[in-house]
Design a protein around this ligand. Structure first.
Ligand SMILES: [Zn+2]
Length: 200
């Protein structure tokens, strides 16, 4: 099977050096900087992509640009890829809570699937298992949750959306930018993909 990696939101414009997506960022840190979710999603997707490639998986990046590709465009591209070869999609995100201006306490990693019994439930089970295991002692396992997300609802292939930590939690955000955290993300995904490859 082919694995499609989706980095949520946009990156930094090479023209003006600014983050192109509204919201989707942390509160302002003491040093005046902010964490940009779309930038971090790209860092993670690049690392996951390299690790999956090194392990022999057929993997593609859905978005390989700083631009914030519209969801309809992302879905159309994923559906085309799935038509060419049986695929599943992993959408990479980080979570937020509160008004975006103040730090809040929710933390942890969550696996999202579409509502009801779906073709993606088997994927969610393995991603949850590996995230829970690799993030044990690092952050909270928030389990599998169902949501009506456009990218999950409209893709023809099985799809999960991973919320990898809360960038609105000050302590968690510090962890999210460490090697330990990023390695735990990569390992969880490579391990889950390895199980899925063997089982289905
Ligand atoms: Zn997001």
């Amino acid at each position: 099977m082919r694995i499609i990696l989706d980095a949520g939101h946009g990156g930094i414009s090479p023209f003006n050096n600014e983050y192109v997506t509204a919201g989707k960022r942390s509160p302002v840190r003491e040093d005046g900087t902010q964490f940009y979710e779309g930038v971090n999603n790209r860092i993670l997707v690049d690392r996951i992509y390299d690790a999956l490639k090194a392990n022999g998986f057929d993997v593609v990046k859905l978005v390989d640009t700083w631009k914030d590709a519209p969801l309809s465009e992302r879905v159309a591209k994923a559906n085309q890829l799935h038509k060419e070869k049986k695929s599943y999609l992993i959408s990479i995100h980080s979570d937020a809570f509160g008004n975006g201006l103040e730090w809040t306490s929710p933390k942890g990693v969550t696996v999202f699937t579409s509502k009801g019994e779906t073709k993606s439930d088997y994927l969610a089970k393995w991603f949850r298992q590996e995230l829970a295991c690799n993030f044990d002692g690092i952050t909270t396992d928030r389990g599998i949750k169902e949501a009506n997300f456009y990218i999950l609802r409209n893709t023809a292939c099985p799809a999960v959306l991973l919320e990898l930590g809360f960038h609105t939690n000050k302590q968690e955000l510090t962890l999210m930018e460490t090697e330990v955290w990023r390695e735990a993300v990569v390992k969880s995904i490579v391990d889950a993909c390895s199980i899925i490859e063997l089982q289905y």
